[in-house]
Ligand binder design. Sequence first.
Ligand code: AVJ
Length: 333
Amino acid sequence: MAYMNAPAAPIPLDGEGESRLSFVRQPRSSVNAVSEILAGLASQPKSLSPKFFYDSLGASLFDRITVLPEYYLTRSERDIFKRYESHIAAALGTGRILIEPGSGSSEKVELLLNALRPGAYVPLEITESHVLEASRNLVKRYPWLTVHAICADYTGGMDLPASLPPGQRLLFFPGSTIGNFEPADASRFLREMHRVCGDGGSLLIGVDLRKDEAVLNAAYNDSEGITARFNRNILTHVNRLADADFDIEQFQHMAFFNPIESRIEMHLESLKDQCVRVGAREVQLEAGERIHTENSYKYTVEGFQDVARLAGFTPRETWYDEAGWFSVQLLDA
Ligand code: AVJ
């Protein structure tokens, strides 16, 4: 990759911390977004990648989901980080090179920064404004912290700049984002994280667990309808990305637990026979036909550890919230 060897040029900062922040950017691939959208809508059943949920409205709707009474995932994980902060830090030691794919606003890592005291923090985030704002705030708030920010789509693999400081690596992948990956893609991504970990590296990962179906179904069908708005907003985003004319009023949110696949599925169900223009193409939908927008796999601890072992990891420790609904797992590369 061309960007791999590009020097990490320090970006200008007004305030303090400039010398502790560098930034590199992977060449944009928005052309691929359009062909990915078209391919998904041409397949049977129709689908859209959940990564298209997150335009700025989608990101703020997701933030509202995380504080809903029914959506326990974020709360449970935060409880684990707070409660076991010192255990996690003791297991990992300080001075690690802390790498976070899909870092967003870097909120979660802050819960562990003081305890982990990493040698450097390396956030990888597709939205440049998010990674820059988060990184600027971090170097201001943590005067000892060095940040190497990378704007990249990690789903295509992680090509880290050769200029990263040496040291034992810690990959941080919270939020049960791994649940969005199909089993084959989860295996592939775990192998990729194993490669990036290198010798002596570790992975700290948040994994949502299989539980009572009523709890799972409620978490994705909240009474305020925020998840429904989040789901339908993918069409608004696709309208902009691919010059399409979806009318979100003509689609209904649908989310349910599929026990055979052990996953929550989200779909958008067409309320009528309709024809939608997507760029130069036309997409036909029948009444009741669905567009599959997300899977959120729910693992058992043992089931996830088996997958991780096949990717080369050795499970070391697992921490749970009080209800035992969510897990944070430490795996050695
Ligand atoms: C961010 C992928 C963990 O699957 O629970 C929340 C996204 N979708 N409500 C999840 C989501 C619907 C969330 N992850």
